[in-house]
Design a protein around this ligand. Structure first.
Ligand code: SF4
Length: 117
């Protein structure tokens, strides 16, 4: 089976083709202009990861932009979003402030991405 992917690691957006065996193992990757694309294709086919970007409310109702400081397993995205939606941040908030540490045991912290307040 061939799976077609667009590499999202850099803006070049290489079109990748990953050849998978019957068990879903990656046999080969083509179309990548650099090794990062091959790793992206392997990760995407075997254990896809994502960064979450969202907002958290401050006490005054102001939305404060946040993101995970590393990728998390794609299958945990909805549960992590539920945690982020329950969170609040106090002002002033500064870039890098940790809003949720090690969200759901993923090893990723949810951190502030803009100075507010
Ligand atoms: S394969 Fe390399 S050059 Fe191509 S989009 Fe991915 S990271 Fe960028």
């Amino acid at each position: 089976m061939i799976r077609e992917l667009t590499c999202i690691v850099c803006p070049r957006g290489c079109q990748l083709k990953a050849e998978l065996d019957a068990n879903g193992a990656v046999l080969s990757v083509t179309g990548n202009a650099c090794p990062r694309g091959k790793q992206y294709a392997i990760d995407e086919c075997t254990h896809p990861m994502r960064t979450i970007t969202s907002t958290v409310r401050a006490a005054n109702g102001e939305p404060v932009p946040v993101k995970t400081n590393r990728t998390i397993p794609k299958e945990k995205m909805f549960d992590c979003m539920a945690e982020i939606n329950k969170a609040a941040v106090s002002l002033p908030a500064r870039i890098g402030d940790v809003v949720i540490a090690d969200i759901l045991g993923t090893g990723a912290d949810v951190v502030v991405t803009a100075n507010k307040g």
